[in-house]
Design a protein around this ligand. Structure first.
Ligand SMILES: [Zn+2]
Length: 388
């Protein structure tokens, strides 16, 4: 038993942040973002027996204190978002990304966003002030929201606000923010670009082929923060093998050298092979390996949702993540009984685990060659800053 496992099971606790009501919020039938994924995850966790252990607590997200919004967001933007949430429509909103196809103006969106952010925030508070060692907010992870701009389905950047508040409460706290979403974590990068207390590492499909069209390896932080922003852009067709190569070569040594007090992990599941919005080709086996390894990289972990537009596979992936973060194995007492009924024909009935998949031929070769090139660049240019 590892130290973290022993601490968690004997005297600690883990928190799953969730409310049914939040999962019911609807971005509209044509919008890919479905908060329902969180409810599906919760259902699967119950069904697979990974939600009923004595050290686990389910906590409802509460509204974030609105004063905390200004730790990152501009007052004028917050005001417009508030109005948008009340159903008002104004032309200035569009200039702030509100009212676009990606970020529609929806009644209740302000409250929903600050409640989702409240969930991430309460997870962090529990981690740094109590005996909580692991927290997971599948309704969090809005890494694209900018200080004065909504984008990429994100309105309020729960991650930035939460980390900034953590640094305020505990000056000198070292936070490693690790972003496994298929899209580059641009909002978080922007916030901590000159900060060496927050190590930001994002693995994602290259900006050459995917929104937000940035996140190159040459974006490596500035001033104090030089070397503390690391991007690992990957090619379409990147599979488990390529991904884990890059992860093992970059993330593990740098995070070990950084010695974080807290790991914040954005577990966007849109790098899965079936995701309709990206061309990454991962299975949940890679996600499992990554989450498992996080347990050895820091004493406390705040895990967040993020992208993931294949609803069912996202829910399976996050169920496995929760199980791993709690050092338990999912068990399915009802396999074959309700499996098909619960999730329809898309589900591989009775199993949470994806079949292995590897890219082949030219696609594989290009993905591996590019990953090796990026890893080489990072090892040469950024590793020495960390004494590696
Ligand atoms: Zn994404």
């Amino acid at each position: 038993m590892s130290l973290l496992e022993q601490d968690l099971k004997e005297k600690g606790q883990s928190i799953f942040i969730f409310s049914e009501e939040m999962g019911r919020f609807d971005f509209g039938p044509d919008h890919p973002f479905k908060p329902e994924r969180a409810a599906k995850t919760y259902d699967l966790c119950i069904r697979y027996g990974v939600m009923n252990h004595p050290w686990m607590k389910v906590k409802k997200p509460e509204l974030l204190d609105p004063d905390l919004l200004e730790l990152f967001h501009e007052a004028a933007y917050i005001e417009l978002l508030k109005e948008a949430g009340n159903g008002e429509v104004r032309i200035e909103m569009l200039e702030r990304g509100l009212g676009t196809k990606d970020n529609p103006i929806l009644p209740g969106i302000f409250e929903w966003s600050i409640r989702a952010a409240g969930g991430t925030h309460v997870g962090m508070r529990e981690l740094i002030t109590g005996n909580t060692l692991v927290a997971f907010n599948p309704l969090g992870g809005f890494h694209h929201a900018m200080a004065g701009q909504a984008e990429g389905f994100c309105y309020i950047n729960d991650i930035v606000i939460t980390i900034m508040d953590a640094l305020r409460i505990s000056p000198g706290l070292k936070v490693a923010y690790l972003d496994f979403d298929a899209h580059h974590g641009n909002g978080v990068q922007e916030a901590f670009y000159e900060d060496s207390n927050v190590l930001v590492i994002s693995l994602h499909q290259s900006g050459r082929t995917l929104y937000p069209w940035a996140g190159y390896e040459t974006e490596k932080g500035k001033n104090e923060g030089l070397g503390f922003n690391i991007n690992v852009p990957l090619e379409p067709g990147t599979d488990d093998e390529v991904y884990l190569h890059a992860y093992g070569a970059v993330v593990i040594p740098v995070v070990k050298a950084f010695e974080p007090d807290l790991i914040v992990a954005e577990l966007g599941a849109d790098a899965l092979i079936s995701d309709p919005l990206t061309q990454m080709r991962l299975t949940n086996n890679a996600y499992q390996r990554v989450v498992k390894s996080l347990l050895g990289l820091g004493p406390k972990i705040l895990a967040l949702g993020g992208g993931g537009y294949d609803l069912y596979r996202t829910a399976r992936c996050w169920t496995l993540a929760w199980a791993i973060l709690n050092f338990i194995e999912p068990e399915d007492e009802f396999a074959g009984l309700v499996g098909g009924m619960m999730f329809g024909p898309e589900m591989e009935v009775g199993s949470l685990y994806d079949h292995p998949f590897l890219s082949k031929g030219e696609i594989k070769e290009r993905a591996m060659t590019e990953a090796q090139r990026v890893v080489g660049y990072i090892q040469r240019d950024i590793f020495p800053i960390h004494g590696l």
